[in-house]
Design a protein around this ligand. Sequence first.
Ligand code: MG
Length: 164
Amino acid sequence: MISNKMAREINAQINREFFSAFLYLAMANDAADKGFNGTARWMTLQFEEEQEHALKFAKYVQDQGHKVVLDAMEAPKTEWSGILEMFEDALLHEKKVTAWINDLYTLALEEKDYATQSMLKWFIDEQVEEEANCNEAISALQHVAGSANGTYMMDRQFGKRQGD
Ligand code: MG
């Protein structure tokens, strides 16, 4: 059984994971609107992944005998200047998520909550991958900066992303 405080903090993280999903879906929508169908696919897969993160946290809260409580979400941004700015925003957002997960881990250490520490390790590793994926896309797009052809080719590349 985890503490009420820990359950509350993980509930907050569930909402943030759903917001992440919402943000990536907004990016997918804007990418599709601008004809970047590969990026739209990439962002849609990420939207699905974020929902899985939320549900993974939710199952943990329930397995630990607490109730999952959903909260209102802020509206995501809906317009980006291009796909480079989109991936830059995604990276900034993932860095925030990494910091929140680190805060949860710090709390789990303080509470000597070994089960939550163990559960969080998957997310700590996942965040390394999320940041690396964004960094990779950003540096690829920076290499073709200003070139419409290059950006188009990169968009096609992003569209080859496989689901998990
Ligand atoms: Mg996530």
